[in-house]
Design a protein around this ligand. Structure first.
Ligand code: 5AD
Ligand code: SF4
Length: 469
């Protein structure tokens, strides 16, 4: 922590103490959206803990409520507006409550203006570039007597040395870079997260070592496009030339019992070198999340994705050659402006050809300020929803087939949690596939060997045979 951050943490602590007559302040925080946002949320919670806050799951009990928002699709924004509107009643009952919004959504001027005009019960709004200044901004909110809006566009910030309060005890997110320079024409992220900037490799390695020593079993390296790590503006202090495969290899060399993952990979920057490092690694999962978005070359061009369907399939072939057991997952957008049914069928074909383990599928959502939002979009939402249904049923058949083929096999899994509905253990294979297992709840947080005993559609069931860590 920087000195000034520490000072502001102390100041907030004292102000809250006086404000609540010595009672420990309680924070309710909620993060929407991608893992990058979740990781930011863990740092915000770390700062709150440093400011003397405890945490509650009940907004009614909270002295401070924060929503860390996502802007990637309209639906995510609508949910936030609905939930923020509902806080008005809580604030009426507890006028001392401080309400804050941060994250990608509020980084957009139009959203900030709407909050200013229509949500007067929100006290503090801050964007993605000023997260390290959160304690100072909260202090200003508490003492300045007016609402604080801080949406600076300065995108040189890297969140180093921030305290972290991790959500999990054995799964950890490890950001390696921030921002995105790709400007896919549908995407708001580069507009709200700013330009790509990579963390110093030595800092990442040190954090990975700490996590492994602390017993973390599943570590995911994070970035909007991890494959361009250190390509543009490496701030490495050791004078070495870094790239993502080298970073992955060096982290993989750290001794310990853990699985190493990463996301997201942009196909245009996915190299043979990366696939080789994955194949040769000891800890790296044989899983790659490689969003292809669409199977038509015309649409890919309109999306500014900078690869073709053929190149994508070539990458898949190469990955399978090096790792026959590789699990592939992807993101798909259905109904990009001007996409025809025939073009959508090229997406369907690609899905059937590659046989992904699972898919994240989205109906195109226009985002103000992006080039795609200005394109004619003649296909109705109802029609796009029909295409989506077709895609989902194709994928379900593929997933069911894959699950069937795993029946009777033995898998090493990380036992992640107990399913509250039926007491079974939710486990994850190294290929990132969930298995619901009968077994002892005491195994949560450890590796175990399990046998797959049932495959109903795309849901795997199993029995834990023994602890394996
Ligand atoms: N509409 C629908 N889906 C989108 N995504 C990004 N922007 C949009 C949008 N405007 C999807 C992409 C991306 C994932 C994180 O979200 O598939 O890979
Ligand atoms: Fe958005 Fe494309 Fe960047 Fe991913 S690579 S965050 S889809 S602009």
């Amino acid at each position: 922590m920087t000195e000034s951050m520490e000072e502001y943490c102390q100041l907030v602590r004292s102000v809250m103490e006086a404000r609540l007559d010595g009672k420990t302040p309680l924070a309710f925080t909620h993060t929407y959206g991608c893992q990058g946002n979740v990781s930011d949320g863990e740092r915000i919670n770390g700062m709150l803990a440093q400011m003397g806050f405890d945490f509650t799951d009940d907004p009614e009990q909270a002295d401070f409520i924060l929503f860390n928002t996502c802007a990637v699709r309209e639906h995510a924004e609508d949910r936030v507006f609905g939930n923020v509107g509902a806080l008005k009643h809580i604030k009426n009952r507890n006028p001392k409550l401080i309400i804050a919004l941060c994250g990608c959504m509020v980084q957009q001027q139009t959203v900030a203006d709407k909050i200013r005009a229509s949500y007067p019960h929100v006290n503090l709004v801050f964007g993605t570039h000023v997260i390290p200044r959160f304690p100072e901004l909260l202090y200003r909110t508490l003492t300045g007597g007016k609402r604080v809006f801080e949406l600076s566009q300065d995108d040189n910030t890297i969140c180093e040395d921030l305290p972290v309060r991790r959500d999990g005890a054995f799964k950890a997110w490890l950001p390696i870079m921030y921002g995105c320079d790709n400007f896919c024409t549908y995407c708001i992220v580069p507009h709200v997260r700013g330009r790509e900037r990579s963390r110093d490799a030595s800092r990442i390695l040190a954090e990975a070592k700490e996590l492994i020593a602390a017993g973390y079993k599943d570590i995911t390296l994070l970035g909007q496009n991890v494959n361009s790590y250190a390509v543009k503006n490496s701030v490495s202090t050791d004078g070495e030339a870094w790239n993502f495969p080298k970073l992955l290899r060096e982290i993989d060399r750290i001794e310990g019992d853990y699985v190493l993952r990463f996301m997201t990979s942009h196909p245009k920057d996915c190299t043979e070198e990366l696939l080789t490092v994955m194949a040769e690694g000891t800890h790296t999962a044989h899983h790659i999340h490689l969003p292809f978005q669409c199977g038509s070359n015309r649409v890919l061009k309109a999306m500014n994705r900078k690869y073709t369907r053929e190149r994508y399939l070539e990458l898949v072939r190469m990955a399978r050659e090096k790792m026959p057991d590789i699990s592939l997952t992807s993101d798909i957008i259905v109904g990009f402006p001007g996409e025809t049914y025939e073009e959508f069928c090229e997406t369907l074909d690609l899905v059937r050809e590659v046989k992904f383990t699972s898919l994240f599928t989205f109906i195109y959502s226009p985002r103000e300020g992006t080039p795609a939002a200005k394109l004619p979009d003649p296909v109705s939402h109802a029609e796009k929803a029909r295409w989506m249904k077709e895609l989902l049923s194709a994928q379900e058949a593929i997933a069911a087939e894959r699950c069937q083929s795993m029946l009777g096999s033995r898998q090493r899994v990380l036992v992640e949690q107990v399913d509250e509905r039926d007491g079974r253990l939710i486990c994850r294979t190294r290929d990132n596939i969930n298995v619901w297992c009968e077994g002892d709840a005491g195994l949560v947080g450890s590796f175990a060997e399990c046998e797959i005993t049932s495959a109903r559609n795309w849901v795997l069931g199993g029995t834990v045979l023994m602890r394996n860590s």
